[in-house]
Design a protein around this ligand. Structure first.
Ligand code: NAD
Ligand code: LMR
Length: 317
C-alpha cells in the first residue's frame, strides 16, 4: 500500500488527479498539498472526494496540508504546482517562474522523502524534470515527467478514429519535447500489431495534419475551456498505477537519458521508458533517419531552454 502526495492540489489538474489517483486500489493514503490561505478549499476537496469514495467503495485515508513537510514518507509525489500558460503563450514562457517553484520543492523532497518517486506535471515539463533532478539530489530513476505520454495518447486517439478501430488496437509514440519540436515515431506505430506503414490505407493518412492537431491540442483546449484537465488527470493515474502495480509497462515519459538513443543524451526529454515500482528506466532504441534528425533538434531545443533556466536559477539563489 502506498502514500501518494499531490502538490498544487487546489489547481485544475491537481483536483482532478486527486480523483483519478484515489481510484487506484494500491493507494492507501493521499495527501493534498496547497498553498497557505487555501485551507478551506482543501478541506472542501477532502469532503467532496470522501463522498465519492463512499459512493464507489474506495478506502483511502485522505488528508490535506499547506506544508510540504507533510509529504514526508510518500511513495509518489506528483507535482502539479506552478503557473499554467494563458492563450497565446508557449509552455517554455513559464520556464523560469515554474523552475523557481520546482527547485525549492525538489530540494525539500530530496531531504524529507529520499526514497520517493517524484513525478512532474508542471510545464515546461522536460525542463522541470531536469530542475527537479538537479535540486532534489534523487537518482534519475526516481524522477520523471509526464513528457510526451499525453501527446502519444492524443495521437493514438486520432489514429483509432481514422482507421475506425478500438484505441487498444493502436500503439504509437511521440518522443522529444512536450511541445512544438515533438517527434512522432511512425516506425513504432502499429494497428492490431501490424506496422502502420504496411497497411495499404497508410498512404492516405493525413499524418502532418494529425501531428499538427496533437501539437496544438493543449493550446486549443486552454483557449476554449481555460485548462486541460481530463487528459492529464487520466494520464497521471495511468503512470501512478503502472508504478504501484509494478507493471513494467513501457510508456513515453520525460526522463534523464545518458546516451540511450543513438548516442544522444545528458538531457531530460520524452522517451520510451520501462516503469515499475523502482522507478523509470529509459529503453535504448534505434530510430529511422528522419526521426533521429527530429529528435536531435528537439534535444537541442530542450538543452538550450534548460541551460538558460539553470543559469538564471543559480544567479537568483
Ligand atoms: N505536462 C502536462 O501534460 C500538463 C498538463 C496539464 C497541465 N500542466 C501544467 O501543470 C501546471 C498546473 O496546471 P493547472 O491547470 O492545474 O493550473 P492552476 O492554476 O489551476 O493550478 C496551479 C496550482 O499550482 C499552485 N501554485 C501556483 N503558484 C505556486 C507557487 N508559487 N508555489 C506553490 N504552488 C503554486 C496553485 O496554488 C495551484 O494549486 C501548469 O504548469 C500546467 O502548464 C502540464
Ligand atoms: O498545453 C498546455 O499548456 C497544458 C498541457 O501541457 C497539455 O498539453 O495539455
Amino acid at each position: 500500500m502506498a502514500k501518494v502526495t499531490i502538490l498544487g492540489a487546489t489547481g485544475n489538474v491537481g483536483v482532478f488527479a486527486a480523483h483519478t489517483v484515489s481510484e487506484i486500489p494500491y493507494v492507501s493514503d493521499m495527501l493534498l498539498v496547497g498553498r497557505p490561505g487555501r485551507e478551506d478549499f482543501l478541506a472542501g476537496c477532502c469532503r467532496d472526494l470522501s463522498d465519492s469514495f463512499a459512493a464507489r467503495g474506495t478506502d483511502v485515508r485522505l488528508s490535506y496540508s499547506t506544508s510540504l513537510l507533510d509529504a514526508k514518507d510518500s511513495d509518489i509525489i506528483i507535482c502539479t504546482a506552478g503557473v499554467p500558460r494563458r492563450p497565446g503563450q508557449d509552455r517554455n514562457d513559464l520556464a523560469f517562474e515554474n523552475a523557481k517553484i520546482v527547485a525549492g520543492t525538489a530540494e525539500t523532497i530530496g531531504r524529507i522523502s529520499p526514497d520517493a518517486i517524484l513525478f512532474l506535471v508542471t510545464n515546461p515539463v522536460d525542463v522541470m524534470t531536469a530542475v527537479a533532478l538537479k535540486y532534489s539530489g534523487l537518482q534519475p530513476r526516481q524522477i520523471f515527467g509526464l513528457g510526451t505520454h499525453l501527446d502519444s495518447m492524443r495521437l493514438k486517439s486520432l489514429i483509432a478514429r481514422y482507421f475506425r478501430v478500438h484505441v487498444s488496437e493502436v500503439h504509437t509514440r511521440i518522443i522529444g519535447e512536450h511541445g512544438d519540436s515533438m517527434v512522432p515515431l511512425w516506425s513504432a506505430t502499429t494497428i492490431g500489431g501490424i506496422r502502420i506503414r504496411n497497411l495499404p490505407t497508410f498512404s492516405g493518412l493525413p499524418a502532418q495534419e494529425m501531428i499538427e492537431t496533437v501539437r496544438t491540442s493543449g493550446e486549443a483546449i486552454i483557449r476554449d475551456k481555460g485548462a486541460t484537465v481530463y487528459g492529464p488527470g487520466e494520464a497521471i493515474a495511468t503512470l501512478v498505477r503502472t508504478i504501484l502495480r509494478d507493471e513494467n509497462r513501457i510508456l513515453t515519459v520525460s526522463s534523464y537519458i545518458k546516451s540511450e538513443i543513438h548516442g544522444i543524451g545528458d538531457v531530460c526529454i520524452g522517451v520510451p521508458a520501462r516503469i515499475n515500482r523502482d522507478g523509470v528506466f529509459p529503453v535504448p532504441l534505434s530510430l529511422e533517419e528522419d526521426e533521429v534528425v527530429g529528435f536531435r533538434e528537439s534535444v537541442k531545443k530542450i538543452r538550450t531552454v534548460t541551460a538558460d533556466v539553470m543559469e538564471r536559477l543559480e544567479e537568483a539563489r
